[in-house]
Design a protein around this ligand. Structure first.
Ligand code: ADP
Length: 486
C-alpha cells in the first residue's frame, strides 16, 4: 500500500468510527507530519472535541497553526493550558514560536526560557538566537519610556501641568446600552456597584517582618505625601499614583499592601482579577470603573490589584480586543479624568511576572515605581515566624533554628509550617484534655513536611531576564539576588 493510500485508509476508518480517539489522534499526527496542515488542523480540532484540553492534541493543533503562520489561533489554542500550573513545557516552546510570529519578543522570551528551565532537552538554538537582546523587540519597560520617572522624588509634573496623556490607543470605553436601572456616567461606562469590598486593615508595617527597604520605598511613595502634605506640596508632589510590587509568589506582596493601608489609616480594597474579568464584554469595564469609584468614595484608600500581569500583559494582543479595551480602561482610570480624580487613591499592583507587564503601565503617574519584594533571608524568616506565632500558646522558642532549616521558604510557606504545627498541637491537646504549648520541635517537624513554593524556579526565570533581556536596565535591582545561590 502506498503512503497516501495508507493515509486514505486511515481517513476512511476515522470517518466510519468518528469517536475513536486514538485513531483520530494518529491520523492527525500523520497529516501534520506529511505537511497536510489544513487537514491536520481539522483533524486535531475534531479530536479535541472528544478530549478537550488534551495537551498532545493541543500541541498538535498549535503546531498546525504555527506552520500555517496562524499565530493568533495558535496562542488561543494554547492559552487555556498555559494558564495551568505545571503545563507541559513543550507547549511553552510552541507559544514562544507563535509569540515571535506576532512580534511579541518579551513574552516569547519568557515562555522560551521558562520552558527550557523546566526541560533542558527543549533548548532550541534558532529560537535562542532570535530571542537574544538586540533582536527585533525588547520586553518591559520599553526603551522609549520617558526618563522623567527617575529619580521620582524630584521629577513630579508641576501642579498646573495637564495629566499625562492616556495610552496612545484612546480608551474605547464600552458603549453598550445602559442596563435597566443604570445611568451612564459622562466619561465612563455605565455605573454599577463594584464587586469588591472595602476593608479596614488591622495590620501595620509592624506586622510585616523584615523588608525594611521595601517599607521605606512605600513610606516615601505612599505614606509621607499624605502624612506631610505641606512638605510634599513644596516640591510640587501630590499624593496619588501607584507602585508595582513584584517578586516570587508568597513573598508577602498582599500582606504588605494591606499593612500599607493600615499604616496610613486608609481603607483597603483588594481586587482579584476574578472580580474584574467578566465573561460578558463590557461588564469588566463597568466593574473596573465601579471599583475605582469605590476607592475614590472611600479616600484615602489603597486600591490593590493582584496578578496585574494577567490584565497588563495583553494590550497588544489583537485577538483579545475585549481584554485590550479593559486594559485601556485601566490606564484611563489610573490617569484620572482630571488632576484631582485620584487624589488620595493609592494604587498598588502586584505581580509574580513583571516581564509580562505592559510598558504603558509604567509611565509617570501610573505604576511608575517597581518595588521588588524579595524572598526572606534567614533573619527575616525568623522574624516572620515570630509574628506568625505571636498569638499562640508558646513554650520557649528558638525561631532561628527553624529559620535555618527553612531556606527558600517564603512567608506563605512559613505560614503553612505554623498552620500545620498548630493543627498537630491541637490534636495532641484534645487527646490530652489540656492545652499544650507550641514548641520548636513542633515547628521543625512541620517544616519537614512542607515543600517550599516556587522561589527557585522564579529566580531561575528572573535570572534569564537579568542575563538575557536587561538592555534597558529594568532588572538591575534583581542582579544581586539572581547571582545568589538558589
Ligand atoms: P503574595 O501576595 O506575595 O503572594 P502574601 O502576601 O499572600 O504573598 O503572603 C502570604 C502570607 O504569608 C501572608 O498572609 C502572611 O501571613 C505571610 N507573610 C508573608 N510575608 C510576611 C512578612 N514579611 N511578615 C509577616 N508575614 C508574612
Amino acid at each position: 500500500m502506498s503512503d497516501d493510500a495508507g493515509l486514505q485508509a486511515l481517513r476512511e476508518a476515522a470517518r466510519l468510527s468518528p469517536d475513536n480517539l486514538p485513531l483520530r489522534q494518529h491520523l492527525a499526527g500523520l497529516l501534520l507530519a506529511k505537511g497536510y496542515l489544513a487537514d491536520a488542523e481539522a483533524e486535531f480540532r475534531a479530536a479535541l472535541v472528544l478530549a478537550p484540553k488534551n495537551p498532545d492534541l493541543t500541541a498538535g493543533l498549535a503546531e498546525a497553526f504555527v506552520r500555517q503562520s496562524a499565530y493568533g489561533p495558535a496562542l488561543a489554542a494554547l492559552e487555556p493550558l498555559l494558564a495551568e500550573p505545571g503545563y507541559p513545557p513543550r507547549l511553552g516552546i510552541l507559544a514562544a514560536r507563535a509569540l515571535i510570529g506576532e512580534g511579541d519578543m518579551g513574552r516569547a522570551a519568557y515562555r522560551y526560557f521558562e520552558a527550557i528551565n523546566r526541560d533542558a532537552s527543549l533548548v532550541d538554538a534558532e529560537l535562542a538566537t532570535r530571542l537574544t537582546p538586540g533582536g527585533p523587540g525588547s520586553p518591559w519597560p520599553p526603551a522609549a519610556a520617558p526618563p522623567a520617572a527617575s529619580p521620582p522624588q524630584v521629577s513630579p509634573p508641576p501642579p498646573s501641568a495637564p495629566p499625562p496623556p492616556a495610552s496612545p490607543a484612546a480608551p474605547p470605553l464600552y458603549a453598550a446600552p445602559a442596563m435597566a436601572g443604570q445611568q451612564p456616567v459622562a466619561g465612563g461606562p455605565a455605573t454599577r456597584e463594584s464587586t469588591s469590598e472595602v476593608e479596614r486593615a488591622g495590620l501595620t508595617f509592624a506586622d510585616v517582618a523584615g523588608m525594611e527597604a521595601v517599607k521605606e520605598a512605600l513610606r516615601m511613595k505612599l505614606l509621607l505625601p499624605i502624612q506631610q502634605p505641606d512638605l510634599f506640596a513644596a516640591y510640587g508632589k501630590r499624593a496619588g499614583g501607584g507602585v508595582l510590587l513584584y517578586g516570587p509568589p508568597g513573598a508577602g506582596k498582599t500582606h504588605l499592601a494591606r499593612a500599607a493601608a493600615g499604616e496610613l489609616g486608609a481603607a483597603f480594597v483588594n481586587v482579584g482579577l476574578a472580580d474584574i474579568l467578566d465573561m460578558y464584554v463590557g461588564s469588566s469595564e463597568r466593574n473596573l470603573h465601579a471599583t475605582f469609584d469605590l476607592a475614590r468614595r472611600n479616600r484615602p484608600c489603597v486600591l490593590f490589584f493582584d496578578e496585574v500581569d494577567a490584565l497588563a500583559g495583553r494590550r497588544s494582543d489583537m485577538r483579545q480586543a475585549h481584554t485590550r479595551q479593559l486594559v485601556n480602561q485601566f490606564l484611563a482610570e489610573l490617569d484620572g479624568v482630571d488632576q484631582s480624580a485620584n487624589e488620595g487613591v493609592l494604587v498598588l499592583a502586584a505581580t509574580n511576572a513583571p516581564w509580562y507587564v505592559d510598558g504603558a503601565f509604567r509611565r509617570p503617574g501610573r505604576l511608575d515605581q517597581p518595588v521588588f519584594v524579595p524572598p526572606p533571608d534567614q533573619a527575616a524568616r525568623a522574624a516572620i515566624l515570630r509574628i506568625l506565632c505571636r498569638d499562640k500558646p508558646l513554650a520557649e522558642m528558638d525561631f532561628d533554628a527553624v529559620a535555618r532549616v527553612t531556606e527558600h521558604f517564603v512567608g506563605a510557606d512559613l505560614k503553612g509550617v505554623v498552620d500545620r504545627a498548630v493543627e498537630a498541637k491541637l490534636q495532641q491537646s484534645i487527646s490530652a484534655g489540656r492545652p499544650i504549648p507550641l514548641s520548636t520541635p513542633d515547628l521543625l517537624a512541620a517544616a519537614r513536611t512542607v515543600r517550599p513554593t516556587a522561589v527557585r524556579e522564579w529566580m531561575a526565570t528572573a535570572r534569564n531576564y537579568v542575563m538575557h533581556a536587561n538592555d534597558s536596565g529594568a532588572w538591575d535591582e534583581l542582579m544581586p539576588w539572581v547571582k545568589g545561590k538558589w
